[in-house]
Design a protein around this ligand. Structure first.
Ligand SMILES: *[C@@H]1O[C@H](CO)[C@@H](O)[C@H](O)[C@H]1NC(C)=O
Ligand SMILES: *[C@@H]1O[C@H](CO)[C@@H](O)[C@H](O)[C@H]1NC(C)=O
Ligand SMILES: *[C@@H]1O[C@H](CO)[C@@H](O)[C@H](O)[C@H]1NC(C)=O
Length: 429
């Protein structure tokens, strides 16, 4: 449903006359990191907001082919650039492109019919590097500035404050001896911008995700020499109270009962690295695949997943008692015994994008935090989130009743909260 073209191909105008009539190319807005050659991303992107001749923003789609985007390297015969325009259906688009070669110069054209939009054409004076380029910026501080990274990130400051000084020789012995037998860990060293690693434990396959993000970073910026341990398992590890001899361990999931340093999940980093590649679900593609408009969504609450936590079993039982309120079913049994009389038959997995046919999305912990939450929040359904001790790196920025409707951890108020949401449609939307 979203538009995919090789850049050298001009898109065909199919926007309906009545809609495109009031679309005003000069007043339309274009902005974003993909217009800045120094912001090197696996897939670069920028935004287009449709504006009418009166200067009002469009709040619904001007037609998914309203804009024609062409991205090419002037003077080159073929530009190996893959372009997508994602219609967010709210009057705005995300245009993203993935380059398969680096170029000295890039030209980005956005047009309506034959008329340039906003300040199009945009000329990016290069070099404009592609994702696989071994082209590190030698000054990390410059790179941070180009990338517009925030000066500080509260969650990082919070997690690191327990580790004012770390003796690397000591932790290199103590962490493997404490956790190396029963857990899965990876010891990373970045030295002279090369990545070295040593794994401990049995199930260490997930180090490939961490390798990928570190290698992507070292291609883009000369990293300082650094050494650290990454937890390759689900559960955060450091359970000691502060004051004791704490060990710094990086984990994908944090909890109120542990001291691990939380970082973006492998799921999120992979979706960023593989945007417009192997992965089809990412934070941008979700925004263009949110299903029907709110009023046309099914008002049953929706959940699919596997049996990785007791509350999930409770949820499915509850759904079977209240099918008019909740559609929840298992796609897989692994942790518990599958009693079909209690939980019904397994159902086929459906595309994540199809979740958004439903108004209410339930986010229930799995073994740890449910890593689907960022994607659920990027959709336009309402998220009901179970209270939990587990969190991902961004949860600190979330506010209950703003970003989601909170549910008690034992789900005892689930029916009541769904009912409330249904009765307060205006407010929820
Ligand atoms: C139109 O949309 C842009 C981009 O989201 C926003 O910055 C701007 O304030 C909006 N303009 C109006 C008049 O609402
Ligand atoms: C809404 O979804 C439920 C559960 O998936 C289904 O039984 C029901 O038929 C759907 N309602 C409509 C109006 O499609
Ligand atoms: C966990 O910590 C967060 C943030 O400090 C807090 O909002 C939340 O209530 C805590 N949850 C539990 C279950 O203790």
């Amino acid at each position: 449903m979203h538009l995919c073209v090789v850049a050298s191909l001009l898109l065909i105008v199919t926007a309906r006359e009545t809609e495109s009539a009031s679309l005003c190319p000069v007043k339309t807005l274009i902005w974003g990191p993909g217009l800045n050659p120094k912001i090197v991303l696996p897939a670069r992107y920028f935004y287009v907001q449709a504006v009418d001749s009166q200067g009002h923003n469009f709040t619904s789609s001007p037609g998914e082919n309203a804009f024609q985007v062409k991205i090419f390297a002037p003077g080159e015969q073929h530009s190996r650039i893959w372009v997508q325009a994602l219609d967010r259906k709210d009057g705005s688009f995300i245009v993203r492109y993935r380059m398969y070669a680096s170029y000295q110069k890039l030209q980005i054209e956005v047009k309506v019919k034959d008329v340039h939009v906003a300040k199009s054409p945009y000329i990016l004076e290069g070099p404009v590097y592609h994702e696989s380029c071994e082209c590190p910026e030698s000054r990390p501080s410059e790179w941070l500035r180009h990338m517009k990274c925030p000066k500080s990130i509260p969650q990082i400051l919070h997690d690191l404050q327990l580790f004012q000084t770390v003796d690397l020789d000591v932790i290199a012995k103590e962490i493997p001896s404490r956790f190396g037998q029963r857990q899965s860990l990876c010891h990373y060293v970045i030295k002279n911008n090369k990545v070295y690693l040593k794994t401990y434990g049995e199930h260490v396959g997930f180090h490939i995700f961490m390798d990928a993000i570190l290698l992507s970073l070292t291609r883009k910026v000369k990293m300082p020499d650094v050494e650290f341990f990454v937890n390759l398992g689900d559960w955060p590890l450091e359970k000691r109270n502060s004051g004791k001899n704490l060990h710094p361990i990086f984990s994908w999931c944090g909890s109120n009962e542990t001291r691990d340093i939380v970082m973006p999940t492998y799921d999120l980093t992979e979706s960023v690295l593989e945007t417009m590649g192997r992965v089809s679900l990412d934070m941008m593609s979700v925004q263009a695949n949110t299903g029907p408009a709110w009023e046309d969504k099914n008002s049953t609450a929706f959940w699919r997943g596997r049996d990785s936590r007791k509350e999930r079993l409770e949820l499915v039982k509850l759904a079977r008692r209240h099918p008019h309120l909740i559609d929840a079913a298992f796609t897989n049994f692994f942790f518990f015994k599958h009693d079909e009389r209690l939980y019904g038959p397994l159902v086929k997995q459906i595309s994540f994008f199809d979740f958004f046919k439903y108004k209410y999305q339930l986010n229930i912990d799995g073994t740890v935090a449910a890593y689907r939450l960022p994607y659920l929040l990027a959709g336009d359904s309402v998220v009901l989130k179970q209270d939990s001790i587990f969190y991902e790196h961004f949860y600190n920025d979330l506010r209950p009743w703003t970003h989601y409707i909170p549910l008690k951890s034992d789900l005892s108020d689930l029916l009541e909260k769904i009912q409330w949401a249904k009765e307060n449609d205006e407010e929820v939307f």
